[in-house]
Design a protein around this ligand. Sequence first.
Ligand code: GLN
Length: 472
Amino acid sequence: MSLVTLRRRYLDGETTPSEVLAKLAEEIVSRDPRTGAYLSSDLALALKAAAEADLSRPLGGLPIAIKDNINTLGQSCSCGSRFLEKNYISPYDATVIKKLKEAGAIPFGRMNMDEFAMGSATENSALQLTRNPHDHDRIAGGSSGGSAAAVADGTAFAALGSDTGGSIRQPASHCGIVGLKPTYGRVSRFGLVAFASSLDQIGPLTRTVDDAALILQVIAGHDPQDSTSLDEPVPDYAAGINDGVKGIRIGIPKEYFGEGIHPGVRENVETRIKQLELLGAVIVPISLPYTEHAVATYYVIAPAEASSNLSRFDGIRYGNRAQNPADIIDLYHQSRELGFGPEVKRRIILGTYVLSSGYYDAYYTRAQKVRSLIARDFNQAFEVVDVILSPVAPTPARKINSSNDDPLQDYLADIFTIPANLAGIPAMSIPCGSTSFDGSENLPVGIQILAPHLGEAMMLRVAKAAEGLPLP
Ligand code: GLN
């Protein structure tokens, strides 16, 4: 059931938040042991909120699952890491949580994720494995894999995730649901544990486009506690959402349809584009020539920022602390050695390297220049088109443990989602049928809609028109 439907049922008196939460808790007990989306859920706390829920508010009584890197007062915030698994309970609410609560929502469930959001499969969680509800031998995607899997599995109505290079859109695509990464600065990052601060954004994972708009409406807006949040008015996202695509110019970037795309993914996305054309959209072939440099650019900038952000995990201030260290240096060493998993260490080493004197200009400064060129590609494209359409990922969900310990394979698969983060523009993933892949049938495929800076309303409008169109 969508949030919109659940809300209507509350208002019609057909059910209550307490009833729904109790049901949800039962579903989690019976279904989640196989899927592994939830790290924890505090029913007693949620029932307390349910008893006081004001149903007249926009999200009154609606339970929303939260990725475990978004601080929620009194709850865990492990970031999928041994470092914070124990000894850390959030002392405050992130701004998005504050806004959800003010709108009447009930944060319920802490969702599994790749450690510190570094990964594309949730296999880098130090805490547990999350499986794709469509095929339990496959990954749910990542890093917001728990959030996506729960929504797809029917153990959550909607969830929040974070997206630094695709972590909302890619798991949404692999699990057959909707995922939205807002414009950089549209949603406050205050209380989100930072991975790469110039790329991170919080956004919704939902069953429907309307639900994504509903949550975005609540969490968007300026926040004095996040100096990168934009002081721009938040439009009414529901207002034009049903206006259709007649006359809308849709750019199709040739670089996003090249080699390496699974034929089933390409076919579904191309069919959807033709359908939108039949509805009156104007299809415009475009080029985003710097696309091929996006992954390399990201893997300089994101680790550089991560190495700085993660220096706060030193064994003194948060979470894991080494026992019986010889001295303070040994305390740092041991706490970090035992607290961080291999991918996080790899990113810290990469980031420290590209920031070191002597390499700073060769890597970091250069990457920043290429980043500007990638943003310029989009600026030029949006002079002639309203939105851009592409696949979300080159293939459907791969099998668990099939990346053969080669992290590059997964890095490269983020080629279509990373550019939006580098450019700071909004992008969303919506379901686009299913296809056979690697011995499995009916695996979900996603289509990505990218829009100009603060173009969420237009993006949602195109998404709504595309949602639910029949695919063979
Ligand atoms: N897969 C990318 C990475 O590992 C993106 C992760 C994210 O968006 N948080 O960095």
